[in-house]
Design a protein around this ligand. Structure first.
Ligand code: IPM
Ligand code: MG
Length: 366
């Protein structure tokens, strides 16, 4: 197969982690007889520096002409970077929001899976017999507060800011369908997360998700308020299979879900529209404090590349090979700093690896 992949290296640790994911993809191609044509696409702070805006029309066209886009991370330190002295619509994050909207990437899949070998890096108290969980957050990505009308103005002498939260039934229906389809291939359980005790959008959300559920009689549906879900994720993550939720709740809960896996450096993500196109990126940010030091964990990006093989290219065997190679690298005790066990004794049996070394260890196991 010939794959046309757009590559957004972005800012901070982005270029380092993307290089490792490309190394892994190249190894997969070599082994399974595929070929890749990469196109570099500018987005984020690097695009501001080069073109004055975080995403150009040309960059959107380049993304549209690719089968899929692999992305690192964008943005810098808001306190010190000159990018954050620009108007909000010119900052790095605006580029990410714009590409999501321009390509209609409404479904954001964020799996959180606890590797048995990383249970000692998991901050939750160990359960008898060891804790395991395997859940996926399906986050609506092109609606809600992120894309509602907003303004800041002075009303009767008082500075006032307004953000609006809006969802229509079609936006809810399509993301609910995505969640149920995924549940059919997994544990057949969907938990829809909302704030229906307060918000109108949540009451509509609950109604539409309940309607969609009728088409999936094999899937059991439950509803949960978002505050309770935040608590349940740290209390009993085992109870979840598929969580479906709106944009802002999904942003927050997916960071939480990633951290209980031991490190946010493990959480991959796919942003999909109704075609096979996808934007694949780690769920974490650009970590400017460790950029350029070759110590970032590239696994989230490598697992995002595996999601690309699976969802855009339908290469299940290749995706599984990458996931197994990651698992074996961890099982063999190779860890980026963020994955080192907290206990001294356990840490002694692990080897700290730099970002590029982790990439190399994974490639060796492919
Ligand atoms: C994410 C990020 C983005 C978001 C930011 C960078 C705009 O936190 O992908 O989760 O809030 O969606
Ligand atoms: Mg986020």
């Amino acid at each position: 197969m010939k794959m046309k992949i757009g590559v957004i290296r972005g800012d901070g640790i982005g270029p380092e982690i993307v290089a490792q994911a490309q190394k892994v993809l190249d190894r997969v191609c070599e082994k399974y007889g595929h070929s890749i044509e990469y196109t570099d696409i500018l987005m984020g702070g690097c695009s501001i520096d080069a073109c004055g805006v975080p995403l150009t029309d040309e960059a959107i066209e380049q993304a549209k002409n690719s089968d899929a886009v692999l992305m690192g991370s964008i943005g810098g330190d808001a306190a010190t970077s000159p990018w954050y002295r620009l108007a909000p619509e010119l900052r790095p994050e605006a580029g990410l929001l714009r590409i999501r909207k321009a390509l209609n990437l409404y479904a954001n899949l964020r799996p959180a899976y606890l590797y048995r070998e990383l249970a000692d890096a998991c901050p939750l108290a160990a359960k008898d017999g060891g804790r395991t969980f395997d859940l996926i957050i399906v986050r609506e990505l092109t609606g809600g507060l992120y894309f509602g009308d907003r303004y800041t103005k002075t009303v009767d002498g008082v500075e006032t800011a307004v953000d609006t939260l809006k969802y229509d039934e079609n936006e809810i229906r399509r993301i609910a369908k995505t969640a149920f389809e995924i549940a059919m291939k997994r544990g057949k359980k969907v938990c829809s997360v909302d704030k229906a005790n307060v918000l109108d959008t949540s009451r509509l959300w609950r109604k539409i998700v309940t309607e969609v559920a009728e088409d999936y009689p094999e899937v059991s549906l439950s509803h949960m308020y978002v505050d309770n879900c935040a608590m349940q994720l740290v209390l009993e993550p085992e109870q979840f299979d598929v969580i479906v939720t709106e944009n802002m709740f999904g942003d927050i809960l997916s960071d939480e879900a990633s951290m209980i896996t031991g490190s946010i450096g493990m959480l991959s993500s796919a942003s999909l529209n109704e075609t096979s196109f996808g934007l694949y990126e780690p769920s974490h940010g650009s970590a400017p404090d460790i950029a350029g030091k070759n110590i970032a964990n590239p696994i989230a990006t490598i697992l995002s590349a595996a999601m690309m093989l699976r969802y855009t290219f339908g290469l299940t065997q290749e995706a599984e090979a990458v996931e197994k190679a990651v698992q074996r690298t961890i099982a063999d005790g190779f860890r980026s700093v963020d994955l080192m066990p907290r206990e001294e004794e356990a840490a002694a049996s692990c080897t700290v690896q730099k970002c590029d070394e982790i990439g190399a260890r994974i490639c060796e196991r492919l």
